[in-house]
Design a binder for this molecule. Structure first.
Ligand code: FE2
Ligand code: FE2
Length: 426
C-alpha cells in the first residue's frame, strides 16, 4: 500500500477516504499540521521525491500511537497564541458492560494526576448526566469542587490545575468516553477560548472514535469467526470477558514498576480475548475431546499459535487496517501466550524476559480462568486452589510479578466472576 498523498482541502486523503469538509473551513494553517499529525498522515517535505513520498506504511512501520499524536496536537494547540494555557488534554473510555470509566491517554504539562484510574460512572452523577444528555461541563474553579470532596478534582488541584472542561465522546448512540481539558488558570474556559478550541475538540473525538471503531471491527470479525466455528464450545464468551479483565487487573498493578501507560493497558484488555483465535483450525475431535490429548493430538493443538498469527495478519490486510493501534501487542499476545518462563513452553521455547510482557500477563490471566471454569472434562477449581497452583509455578512457568499482581486483586477477581458468569455473556 502506498503512503497517503495530500490532495487538498475537501478531498479524500489517499487511501484513507477521509473528507475533511467542515474542518477545512475552521482550522488555521498551524492547526492543519496538528490535524495531520493526529490522523497519522505524513506530509512529505516540499523537496521530497516521488519515491520518498510513497514509503509503504507496512504492518509495524511508522505508525505513531494515539498518545503520541495527541501530544503533537496539544503542542500545536498551545502554539496558537490564545490557547497557550491549555495544560492538559485527557481521554477516558467507558466500558458499558461493567459501567467502568477508565483513564486512557493524555497529554499533560505535569505528570499525569490520574494514571491507571477507574471509577463507576454511576458513582459520578455529573458525568453520568453528560453521558446521558450530552452537553458540556465547565468547572472554572476546581478548588471549590475539591473542597466539596470530589476525589478527581482534589488530585487535579494538587497538581496545580484550577479549571476543567469536559465533553462526552459519542456518536450514533454509542458513548465512547470523555474528553477532559485542564488549565492552571482559574476561569480559563471562557466562551471565546471554548469557541477557538471547538474544532480541535471535535477532531480529537473523531479520531478517538475512529481508532476504537477499528478495534471493534476487528473484534466483531473475530466474534463471527468464533460463532460459526466449534471454538465457541471450547471457550465461552464469558471466559474471554473474564480473562481480559484479569489481564487488565494485572497490568494496572504492574503499571508503575514496568512503566506501562494506560494506552498499553487498554489495548491489552481489548486484544487479550483474541489469544486463541488459531484454535478454529484445530479439528473438532481434538478441540472438543473430553479426555487427555495424545502426544500426536497435542502437536496438532499446538499449531493454533502459528495459525492464529496467520489469521490475524490476513484479517488486518483484508480490512485494510494495517495501521491498527498496537498491532505488535496483539501479535505478541497470540504468538507467545503458551511460552513458559523456564523455556518449557511452545512454540518458540522462549525464556524469562524474552517472552513479551503482554504474553506473560495473558498467560496468567488465561490459565487462572481456565482453572476456575468448569469444562466438559473437569470441575471448576476454587479461586484458592487456582491461586495456589499459580504460586507454585511462579518463577518456573509464570511471571512471579504477574502472579503476585493477580493475587493482590482477589476481591476484584470475585466481582468479575460474579458479573461474567456463563449464563449472561456469549
Ligand atoms: Fe492458546
Ligand atoms: Fe483461553
Amino acid at each position: 500500500m502506498s503512503g497517503p498523498t495530500f490532495k487538498g482541502v475537501g478531498q479524500p486523503y489517499g487511501g484513507r477516504g477521509l473528507y475533511l469538509g467542515w474542518y477545512g473551513q475552521c482550522l488555521t494553517k498551524r492547526s492543519w499540521l496538528g490535524y495531520l499529525a493526529l490522523m497519522n498522515i505524513k506530509v512529505p517535505p516540499a523537496n521530497a521525491t516521488t519515491a520518498q513520498a510513497k514509503v509503504p506504511m507496512g504492518l509495524g512501520g511508522v505508525h505513531k500511537s494515539l498518545a503520541e499524536r495527541l501530544a503533537e496536537l496539544h503542542g500545536e494547540i498551545k502554539a496558537d497564541g490564545s490557547l497557550t494555557s491549555l495544560s492538559r488534554i485527557a481521554i477516558a473510555l467507558y466500558d458499558e458492560s461493567t459501567d467502568i470509566l477508565k483513564t486512557f491517554i493524555h497529554s499533560s504539562d505535569t505528570d499525569s494526576p490520574l494514571d491507571h484510574s477507574s471509577a463507576r460512572l454511576s458513582d459520578l452523577p455529573s458525568l453520568r448526566d453528560l453521558a446521558l444528555n450530552g452537553g458540556r461541563r465547565i468547572i472554572n474553579n476546581l478548588e471549590i469542587a475539591a473542597d466539596s470532596g470530589q476525589e478527581h478534582a482534589t488530585r487535579l488541584v494538587s497538581f496545580g490545575y484550577r479549571a476543567s472542561y469536559t465533553m462526552p465522546i459519542q456518536s450514533k448512540g454509542i458513548f465512547y468516553g470523555f474528553l477532559f481539558l485542564n488549565s492552571f488558570q482559574p476561569d480559563y474556559f471562557s466562551p471565546l477560548v471554548i469557541h477557538r478550541l471547538r474544532p480541535y475538540l471535535d477532531l480529537i473525538a473523531q479520531v478517538v472514535m475512529r481508532e476504537l471503531d477499528t478495534v471493534r471491527m476487528m473484534q466483531a470479525a473475530v466474534k463471527v469467526i468464533r460463532q460459526v466455528s466449534s471454538l465457541r464450545d471450547e471457550e465461552t464468551g464469558a471466559h474471554l470477558a473474564r480473562m481480559a479483565r484479569y489481564a487488565r487487573l494485572i497490568a494496572v498493578k504492574l503499571a508503575d514498576s514496568h512503566n506501562l501507560g494506560d494506552e498499553f493497558i487498554e489495548y491489552l484488555f481489548q486484544f487479550a480475548p483474541l489469544h486463541d483465535l488459531g484454535k478454529i483450525s484445530v479439528p473438532d475431535h481434538i478441540l472438543l475431546k473430553p479426555g487427555r490429548l495424545t502426544p500426536e493430538e497435542f502437536e496438532v493443538m499446538k499449531g493454533h499459535v502459528v495459525r492464529g498469527l496467520e489469521i490475524i495478519d490476513m484479517l488486518v490486510f483484508d480490512f485494510g487496517i494495517d495501521a491498527l493501534e498496537h498491532f505488535e501487542l496483539l501479535r505478541d499476545v497470540i504468538a507467545y501466550h503458551h511460552e513458559a518462563l523456564d523455556g518449557s513452553g511452545y512454540p518458540h521455547k522462549l525464556k524469562g524476559n524474552e517472552i513479551p510482557l503482554a504474553a506473560r500477563i495473558c498467560a496468567v490471566a488465561d490459565v487462572f480462568d481456565a482453572l476456575t471454569s468448569e469444562r466438559p472434562y473437569k470441575k471448576a477449581w476454587s479461586n484458592e486452589e487456582a491461586f495456589q497452583l499459580l504460586q507454585d509455578q511462579a518463577g518456573t512457568k509464570f511471571d512471579p510479578d504477574c502472579v503476585r499482581s493477580l493475587l493482590e486483586c482477589a476481591s476484584e477477581v470475585a466481582f468479575i466472576q460474579a458479573h461474567f458468569d456463563e449464563t449472561v455473556y456469549d
